[in-house]
Design a protein around this ligand. Structure first.
Ligand code: MTE
Ligand code: MO
Length: 355
């Protein structure tokens, strides 16, 4: 049986850019379903913000009955909950699109998961009240800078529709895996929107504003939109829920192997519902074999899966994995190409050679 190798040798992040810092999780080497903070992918639009957490207040204002400024102590003393959730960048696997698209050329590691603890956002909103004209809630991060498309200084800001903001699992998180959230991941407070792509989970939250219209900030109205056409904006729609997806962890792409029995391993996840099944194909998707799931799939979390493969004959093999979720969503053979390269979820595919 092949394994992940020596346990005293540790993997690292894979650097995509330094300023701002964008680094991938070594997902093929993640044996655990809780990612260590050192190996959690990092996705930033700007340089890291500068602020003092001792004077940190989270203000909630706009279309509320009473605006409030919550201190960290206030936040820590409110009822909290734990949410184990995948955080996946909507650009995960962007580098696999054909034709290629501009933007960070992420491989398969712009994804991590762990346990976030925090106050449900709805509890903060119960303290302030919501006017009935309220339509969206805007979260502004402390980080700011110029975007490549404009020389105006903007903060990283995103909004959520009221229903998602009031979902009991949408939390203002202050812990990751029972420790304060690491600075690079949003200390002291970050939004966690389980089941949505990562852009929704705003780090270093500074201010929450309730508004009566669709938020039009550039990270909402320009980026994180699926543009199915290269030439025009026809058919555009926003990036929200994580698509059903899977990644093969072992064997590795283009690995050379001897004949033998191998445990093919991977993970599968989805944004809505949970994983129903994972299948594998050795003939480019003509026939599929069921994989074994390592645990009962949970909402928001990835599930590890495996398949015992008797590699009895020499040759080159293409191996595909395909996940199906409880809503009946299935990974497609071809990805849904879109100009900005979001939401890649075609079958995962690797090749190996047995010799
Ligand atoms: N304030 C702020 N929040 C942010 C971002 C950012 O650049 N600034 N990036 C978003 C994106 S696109 C992703 S995928 C996740 C990445 O979170 P991580 O760096 O903790 O992995 O944070 C989101 N929240
Ligand atoms: Mo992202």
């Amino acid at each position: 049986m092949q394994d992940f190798g020596q346990i005293d040798v540790k993997p690292y992040l894979t650097t995509k850019s330094l300023v701002p810092e964008n680094q991938e999780t070594p997902i093929q080497f993640s044996n655990d379903d809780i990612v260590h903070p050192k190996l959690f992918y990092r996705r930033n639009h700007f340089t890291y913000p500068n602020f003092t957490s001792s004077f940190y207040f989270l203000t909630v204002e706009g279309l509320v009955h009473t605006s409030k400024a919550f201190s960290l102590q206030d936040i820590y003393s409110l009822p909290s909950k734990n949410v184990k959730a995948v955080l996946e960048c909507s650009g995960n696997k962007r580098g696999l699109f054909q034709p290629k698209v501009f933007g960070e050329q992420w491989g398969k590691g712009a994804i991590s998961q762990g346990i976030w603890k925090g106050v449900p956002l709805r509890i903060l909103l119960q303290h302030t009240g919501l006017l009935n004209t309220a339509k969206e809630i805007v979260f502004e991060g402390h980080d700011f800078g110029e975007r490549p498309d404009s020389n105006r200084i903007v903060h990283f800001s995103r909004s959520l529709p009221i229903e998602i903001a009031l979902d009991p699992d949408t939390i203002i998180a202050y812990q990751y895996n029972s420790r304060p959230i690491p600075f690079k991941h949003g200390f002291p407070l970050r939004l966690i929107v389980p089941g949505w792509y990562g852009m929704a989970s705003v780090k270093w939250i500074k201010k929450i504003t309730v508004i009566d219209r669709a938020f039009s900030g550039p990270f909402q109205a320009k980026d994180y939109i699926y543009y199915p056409n290269n030439e025009n904006e026809k058919g555009k729609f926003p990036v929200t829920n994580i698509n059903v997806n899977s990644t093969i962890q072992f064997p590795r792409e283009m690995q050379l192997l001897h004949k033998g029995i191998y445990e093919i391993k991977g993970i599968a996840w989805t944004g809505k519902g949970s994983i129903e099944k994972v299948e594998i194909s050795f003939d480019e998707g003509h026939t599929w074999e069921p994989c074994q799931l390592d645990a009962v799939p949970q909402k928001y979390a990835w599930v590890s899966w495996n398949y015992k493969w008797n590699a009895a004959n020499d040759g080159e093999y293409a191996i595909r994995s395909k996940a199906t979720d409880t809503y009946g969503n299935v990974q497609p053979f071809d990805p849904f190409w879109n100009k900005k390269g979001y939401g890649y979820n075609a079958h995962d595919r690797i090749k190996v050679k047995i010799e």
